[in-house]
Write a protein that binds this ligand. Structure first.
Ligand code: PSU
Ligand code: MN
Length: 305
């Protein structure tokens, strides 16, 4: 039995003609950004992928089917919808069999991308080990998915609301290559700097594509985390964003925000506390990642020939 996949006309044509494809997630649309900036950003990200010569495949579950590529109307409806499920690996099957609508996180988008034969996926920042995880055990399923599913994920690092040293430790334990582009320091989403050294560094799409293909030749399961620092013009320096992060974390603890609600709560509060600046940075870094992902996807196709 085949997985319940529905391809958009654009993605279907790309598959037929052998064009490079880039997967895009939908939790960033439904739970990561407010309307209408969420839909505007999603459209710009898709346009960026096209401008770089690849085809965007935004992934979401709509009424019990995995959609790979959304039409303008579907994207708009998803961006305005209330009560959309946030889907990680654990939730995907139930959402499908219940006929519900859900937005895919990094973990679920990787699973769907693999089912659709897509090698590269662009997002903002992956989930990771939350601060205080030694008590809460809150570790994103994104990390284990990177160890399991062979998709290269282009991010701006892990969100700075997390415990970044612990996130890198877990990725190392899981055998996930963390490849920083163009600098020797791991980037921290809104900021270029985290104070942590880059586990690995590659500076060209060709080199990242070659490593992706080599993992397959070695029979290694899992993907690569590509960490692409936010462009300098769009970054919020660490010392500016840190007080907002601390305040949002304190409020989350006070309000006993837990499980799936944590990341959306923190992102929304930091957006409010920064007067909207965090959202502008978030949009800029996703666009930047979309362009790099398109270049990596094209290189993978070229090197496979
Ligand atoms: N990147 C963003 N905004 C987001 C996310 C990533 O710029 O909203 C989402 C991704 O879907 C990621 C999820 O998988 O946050 C992590 O959620 P959690 O910490 O609950 O695993
Ligand atoms: Mn969590």
């Amino acid at each position: 039995m085949n997985p319940p996949l529905a391809f958009s006309a654009e993605v279907e044509a790309a598959r037929r003609t052998g064009k490079p494809l880039v997967a895009l997630e939908s939790t960033i649309i439904t739970h990561g950004m407010p309307w209408p900036q969420n839909v505007a950003t999603a459209r710009r990200v898709e346009a960026e992928v096209r401008a770089a010569g690849a085809v965007p495949a935004t992934i979401a579950v709509l009424e019990g089917r995995i959609h790979v590529g959304l039409s303008e109307a579907e994207l708009d409806r998803l961006g305005r919808a209330q009560g959309v499920m946030k889907l990680s690996r654990a939730d995907l099957a139930v959402c499908l069999t219940a006929g519900r609508t859900g937005a895919t996180t990094v973990a679920a988008t990787m699973i769907c991308a693999r089912l659709a034969g897509i090698d590269v996926f662009a997002t903002g920042g992956i989930g990771g080990v939350h601060r205080g995880a030694e008590l809460s055990f809150d570790v994103s399923a994104d990390l284990r998915e990177l160890a399991e599913t062979p998709v290269s994920v282009v991010s701006a690092g892990a969100k700075a609301i997390l415990d970044l040293p612990k996130t890198l430790e877990v990725l190392e334990t899981l055998g996930v290559p963390v490849i920083v582009v163009g600098q020797d320091e791991f980037p921290a989403f809104w900021s270029r700097s985290s104070g942590l050294p880059a586990p690995l560094r590659l500076d060209t799409p060709a080199a990242i594509a070659a490593a992706h293909l080599m993992r397959a030749r070695l029979g290694l399961p899992g993907g690569q985390l590509v960490a692409n620092p936010i462009p300098a013009a769009a970054e919020i320096p660490r010392e500016t964003i840190l007080p907002f992060i601390e305040r949002a974390l304190a409020e989350a603890a006070q309000g006993r925000v837990a499980a799936k609600a944590v990341t959306p709560f923190l992102l929304r509060r930091i957006f409010e506390l920064s007067g909207g600046r965090s959202l502008e940075s978030n949009s800029a870094l996703v666009l930047h990642n979309a362009r790099l992902a398109a270049q990596i996807a094209a290189e993978i196709l070229r090197q496979r020939q």
